[in-house]
Design a protein around this ligand. Sequence first.
Ligand SMILES: Nc1ncnc2c1ncn2[C@@H]1O[C@H](COP(=O)(O)OP(=O)(O)OP(=O)(O)O)[C@@H](O)[C@H]1O
Length: 469
Amino acid sequence: MSGAGPEGRAVAAVVAPAAAPVLRVLDLGKEYKLYPTPRARLKALVTGRATHRSHWALQGVSFELARGQCIGVIGDNGAGKSSLLKLLAGTLQPSVGRIERVGRVTAILELGAGFHPDFSGRDNLYFGGSLIGIGREEMAALEPGIVEFSELGEAMDRPVKTYSSGMAVRLAFALVTAVQPDVLIIDEALAVGDQHFQKKCIERILAFRNSGCTILFCSHSPYHIRHLCDQALWLDSGRVRQFGETEAVLGAYDVHTRLRNAQDGSLQADTATAAQGAAAHDAANAQLAAETRAGEIALGAVAAARLAAGEPVESASAPPPSAAPATAVQDAGSARILDVRLADLRESLSDGEPGLLDSRDLVVTISARGWGAERPNIGFMIEQSQGVGITSLATHEEGAAPQRQPDGTWRSVLTFPKLPLHSGDYMVSAFLFDESGLVVYDQWFQFLHFRFVSPTLMPGLVRLPHEWH
Ligand SMILES: Nc1ncnc2c1ncn2[C@@H]1O[C@H](COP(=O)(O)OP(=O)(O)OP(=O)(O)O)[C@@H](O)[C@H]1O
């Protein structure tokens, strides 16, 4: 490990061999006490008599993380992911069990929540730093780097209450990541703020990972877990359901999610009350499913973070309502999709009807503006009109970099010869990523429907490549 770490880190680096655990969790449990009213809670405190109902958010959780591992934590809503991360970060105390940590543990949890609104950004650095183990002297040395990373400039001397939420988050991220930790805990918000800052955050996290920091990352996005993590931990109703190689755990979790969604569907039909609950659950699932599908090639944590922050998931550039070519608006700055064009697509004859694809081949041309001189990546997805995913492709997955055009924009042409789909209506989405494939700059999600009539009239969804003998 490199850099000017705190004493604890230097000692850990000497004492701990390469694969020694930096985090050991032993039979961990967290009980939340639920009181019927605030008054009942007060009464219980005064009289010492238990009037609460007990809810175990975590039970019997044990695992070890070695130095340099990157672990993704997945699980349904309420499975206990946030509780686990807060326990590991030390902001919550376990009810039973033990956590052994080596060196510095830093958590990117509720960013900026601990700032004092009346203090300036600069004063909050010292105040916040003392809470995460950075003393005055160390902070004085770190301050210029933090100010530079947050790009707050003169705003550093203004009270934090005058900051926009984006500014507060920038300061918080710069502060908590000012010193490379031994263990970094990230809850959902993988990237924060605008495109430019998201990219800086991801680069810093990747730099930590590359120099041996252990990362624990909780996300609803299989895409990001797949790309970042070597192992995954699946929490189910507060217990470890599976812990192991990422792909195997994500595969098992995917089957579980599909079965649960199917079950929810049938429950919904049963009773009116169940329907109400299931609708709420379904809304969460629909969001999760949308994130998961899109996240398979794109959306994921970034959208989740935007949703959590109450920001619209739609990107800055609204996709065009039809196949009509988008105008390439050359506003300054951000990377964005400029145009997605399907060749041989007939114009729709009536409202709500998809246009007919007038060819056996599907040829898609996607144009985009990148970020500075960086070569971006492009993704494309086809779904059946009922939302069944058919295929997701991305240039960075296949080493098929977009081509730079003379006007500085980027273009990819994706061809599906003899489109192997059966007759039906389909939806397409396009995505724009950064060079690493981790930052989603822009997405045109389910922005266009098309109808395809296959010359072979057979039931099914696709015509798979096949051989008869
Ligand atoms: N402060 C609290 N008091 C009481 N119950 C709580 C508290 N915090 C969480 N819980 C409960 O503990 C369980 C686990 O919650 P937790 O937030 O850890 O799950 P999660 O997996 O992070 O969920 P999500 O994906 O929805 O964020 C849930 O049933 C939740 O309702």
